[in-house]
Design a protein around this ligand. Sequence first.
Ligand code: ADP
Ligand code: MG
Length: 327
Amino acid sequence: MNVIINRWMLILLCVFVPYVQAEWLHRTEAIMGTEVVVDLWAESVSDGEQAIAAVMADMRRIESLMSPYIESSELFQVNKLAAENPVTVSQELFTLIEKSLWYSKISDGAFDITFASAGKLYDYRAGERPDDNTLEQAAALIDYKDLLLDKKSRTIAFKHKGMRIDLGGIAKGHAVDSSINVLRQRGIQAAAVSAGGDSRMLGSRGDRPWVIGIKHPRAEGKQAVKIPLADTALSTSGDYERFYIEDGVRYHHILDPRSGKSASSVQSVSILSPLSVDSDALSTTVFVMGIEKGLALVNRLPGIDAIIIDGDGKLHYSDDLLLSDKE
Ligand code: ADP
Ligand code: MG
């Protein structure tokens, strides 16, 4: 009798142990026009799989709220109607737009979600851009001050017809933060979530830090820097993500709001910060501002650091990442 029970127990263990054993899990899905990657440690495979599914569902929820391409999204409705009447939006979208305006203010307009008034005229995949005249007219519509927010009624309105907004420079960071909250609520204590160039690490990778690479801007598949990190967000904005080259000029997706043309002083900007929404917005912001003004801004902001790769491929660091003589 004893022998039989033991044999059954052994079989049961073989069937169930893989399911209850703590394990590292990894999954990649295409969401928000980019690659979403989740790595996490869970007490059981089923807990972990459910947590990953919850993250992917949350990313899709945010995409369906903030995509400029999905007709039913709140952002699409704002772009369609806000020049006629104020449009009521969810608290989540309202707060993110408020945050975007804050970044516009502290960067003197380098970060500006109304860049889309001109940004909509580019198709990098097809190698298309507006002619000078059309671009000049569209660029005149870029101004975050013409975006009218009413906190009480939670509405957004445009001052001018033809204005557009796009949260491509901040929404993925917000989505990554939201994912980390989803994982925390499920009791996950070690995870890394990334959406394109925006990553955030929760805890560390076991007894080691997570090691995150910053892509080499001019050598595909290569990394320029590797950084060990825990409990931090890291975002990189580069001129090599969405671009085409014509007559030696690189046309890419980060636009200088003053001209509506691609910002061209650096190749990539990486920002370290506690939250991904901030690292995302700031990587785009500093990219537009360039080394001098960009580093000055980062050095003013507590808890934020930057690694910039300039036009010649040289690395520049914010003050806190440099070893000073005093240390
Ligand atoms: P990605 O991770 O998509 O490469 P980045 O964080 O590097 O995004 O930001 C680039 C995106 O930000 C662009 O694709 C566009 O949607 C948006 N963007 C471009 N220029 C600006 C700007 N000056 N201010 C705010 N957002 C911008
Ligand atoms: Mg960004």
